[in-house]
Design a protein around this ligand. Sequence first.
Ligand code: ATP
Length: 272
Amino acid sequence: PSAMREVMLEIPKVRWSDIGGMEDVKQQLQEAVIWPQKHGDRLISIGAQPIRGVLLYGPPGCSKTLLARACASEAGLNFIAVKGPELFSKWVGESEKAVQSLFARARAAAPSIVFFDEIDALAVARSSGDTGGLSVGDRVMSQLLTEMDGLKPSTGVSVIAATNRPDIIDPALLRPGRFDRQLYVGPPDEVSREKIFKIQLRNTPYSPLVKLETLAARTPSYTGADISAVCRVAAMSALEEDLNAVQVEVRHFERALAEVAPSNPGPSPEFF
Ligand code: ATP
């Protein structure tokens, strides 16, 4: 049984403009991921070390996955996504092979991005390993380090990982030449929330009485994913009231705000 049924290869269609706020992270990703792929010669000529891997960290639902996909999309790179837990097989040796073949696929698909979501699963698997001998987490970790250490800028493979548990990431992963650029992807501020409402309502007609700046002001500690839920619930509420409704009214947003509580935005920024 393959441990990696869910691996996807694609060029995503997420643009920077589909992501509200996060301007700073977008710029950093541009320089750390896209420049080495597109302008590697320029980096070398100016004596700048290309970044090997980027770790995106922060609470759930704040656009880590979107940002990784946008990198690929904006630069025309193939995108291979795998969730940390999918790397593990109970069959000895299978998990290492999975990592190996993942990188082989990425090299074959170059220029490409490998995206490891929930990279913290590695740490969990390591600590819960059998007593004595190397746990499956240890073996996957060591294979991952081998693969990353073997990546040359000319290979055309970038690696991005994401986690909402940076506190349990093995420091070995963060050493130079590995995930040596760490970017915090935090909850949106009010200005960003207004942009996210605008993006999420792009295809939704709504009353001119609905003010996005008011919605943004009323949703402190809502994540991007929460805002997306508010918009969906508001739209559905309009249809529930009248299947022929042509636009979403203020009262539908009121209902949605009452219904969708902010998901726990996680520990305070100091944690991250
Ligand atoms: P997780 O840790 O749960 O995987 P994540 O940080 O990777 O979360 P995403 O999967 O990128 O979050 O975001 C979830 C959904 O929330 C997106 O598909 C999108 O609909 C919405 N969303 C989150 N942030 C934004 C944003 N800044 N702009 C627009 N939409 C957003």
